[in-house]
Every structure is written in structure tokens, then in C-alpha cells.
Design a protein around this ligand. Structure first.
Ligand SMILES: Cc1cc2nc3c(=O)[nH]c(=O)nc-3n(C[C@H](O)[C@H](O)[C@H](O)COP(=O)(O)OP(=O)(O)OC[C@H]3O[C@@H](n4cnc5c(N)ncnc54)[C@H](O)[C@@H]3O)c2cc1C
Length: 191
């Protein structure tokens, strides 16, 4: 795992220290626009007033960073953070996403063989939102693929899913009828 931290104040350096404690193998890079290693801000008045030496203001020695392989790049301003261009495939589980695909496919009866491994595009979710928002509840209850007891809550779930995908910059999500426990068992017990 590679961790990039912007800023070498208390927040940045504490994050780097904690990540190193939790994961000895991660690569940790800290960028700071300041040319100085992490120093105690409250001691600044003492330094400026001349009651302490500049060496006394720093929190950690160079050895401290070296021993923890925390790579601090001083005097480097971060001007842009680019999200990864390639997304790992997203997989959705649970009632909202399986229902949205059943609605898209107009399934009169839920059949996992028609849902599991199916693909839902951002545009599909948007279409279902457009469709739902003009219908009163009693008409939503008649939509094929939408269980009547879910008709009042599907809009909220669809909005969350739509905005999550949009925020991640992802155009599509795979649909699974299996749950988180299935994934955990798979991860733990299969090679
Ligand atoms: C004189 C003084 C006395 C204080 N006394 C106290 C006290 O007694 N008790 C107390 O609780 N708090 C005190 N504070 C406040 C405390 O220092 C701050 O709350 C704390 O420093 C905030 O930590 P931080 O890591 O969130 O942010 P900061 O300390 O502001 O660190 C952010 C770092 O990110 C870097 N950075 C920002 N943007 C970029 C970029 N684009 N690229 C690269 N680097 C970037 C900055 O250069 C900076 O080094 C004092 C502050 C000062 C100045």
C-alpha cells in the first residue's frame, strides 16, 4: 500500500506515525510546502523571542523519520490531486441495487438468475430516478420489478447509489445477489 500525505503538521505526521505502527510495509510519502521538518507551533513565540534554539522546536530527529521509513519531501507544494483513471470494478449488494436492476429489466417476479452478475450503468440509475420522481406512491407500487413494500424508500437508495457512483467517477457497477458474508467467507477460505 502506498500512502501519500499532504502537509507535515501535527495531523500529517501523526497520520504517518500511526499508519507506520499499523502497517510496517506501507510506503509513506509526506509532502510539505514548508521547508522545515515538523515543528511544535506553540513554541514559535519562544523561538522568535530568542528563549529557545531553533533545534528545540522540531518534534522529531532525522533518524526518527529514517527509522520509520517515512519519506518527507519538504518545500514541495501539492497543486493537484488526480483521482485514479482506471477504477477497479465496483460491485453492489443489497436490496436497492438488485431492485433497480429488476426495475430496469421489468421483472414481474424476482429471479436472481436475471440479476446476479448483471450490470447497472449510471445512466440506468438516472433513468429510474427520473421515472420514479414523477409518480405518486400508489403508482410506484405498480412498477414491475419494484416490490410494493420498497416503493416508498427506493428513491432514497437510488439517489445514494447514483451520487456515490458519480462521486467515484464510475459509470457502472456490477450487481451481486450475494452478501458481504459471502465475500468474507470467499476471501478467508478459498485460495
Ligand atoms: C503560535 C502558535 C501557537 C499555538 N499554540 C497551540 C497550543 O498551545 N495548543 C494547541 O492545541 N494548538 C496550538 N496551536 C494550533 C496548532 O498548532 C494547530 O491547531 C495545528 O498545527 C493544526 O495542525 P494541522 O496538521 O491540522 O495543520 P498545520 O499545522 O497547519 O499543518 C498543515 C501543513 O500542511 C502544509 N500544506 C498545506 N497545503 C499544502 C500543499 N498544498 N502542499 C504541501 N503542503 C501543504 C502546510 O505547509 C503545513 O505544514 C498554535 C498555533 C500557533 C501558530
Amino acid at each position: 500500500m502506498k500512502v501519500v500525505i499532504v502537509g507535515n503538521g501535527p495531523a500529517g505526521i501523526t497520520a504517518a506515525k500511526t499508519i507506520r505502527e499499523l502497517n510496517p510495509d506501507s510506503e509513506i510519502v509526506v509532502y510539505s510546502k514548508e521547508p522545515h521538518s515538523y515543528y511544535f507551533r506553540p513554541k514559535l513565540p519562544d523561538l522568535l523571542g530568542g528563549s529557545i534554539e531553533s533545534s528545540e522546536i522540531y518534534a522529531y530527529s532525522e533518524d526518527w523519520y529514517r527509522n520509520r521509513t517515512i519519506d518527507v519531501r519538504l518545500g514541495t507544494t501539492v497543486t493537484e490531486i488526480s483521482p485514479p483513471k482506471e477504477h477497479p470494478p465496483l460491485v453492489g449488494i443489497g436490496g436497492t441495487i438488485t431492485t433497480l436492476l429488476a426495475m430496469k429489466r421489468g421483472l414481474k417476479e424476482f429471479a436472481s438468475s436475471h440479476i446476479h452478475h448483471g450490470l447497472l450503468k449510471l445512466r440506468d440509475i438516472e433513468e429510474q430516478i427520473e421515472r420514479l420522481k414523477i409518480l405518486p406512491l400508489e403508482k410506484r407500487r405498480l412498477i414491475a420489478g419494484l416490490p410494493p413494500e420498497r416503493a416508498d424508500i427506493i428513491m432514497a437508495g437510488a439517489m445514494i447509489l447514483f451520487h456515490s457512483l458519480a462521486r467515484l467517477g464510475s459509470e457502472r457497477i456490477w450487481v451481486s445477489c450475494q452478501g458481504l458474508r459471502h465475500g468474507i467467507l470467499f476471501d478467508r477460505f478459498l485460495p
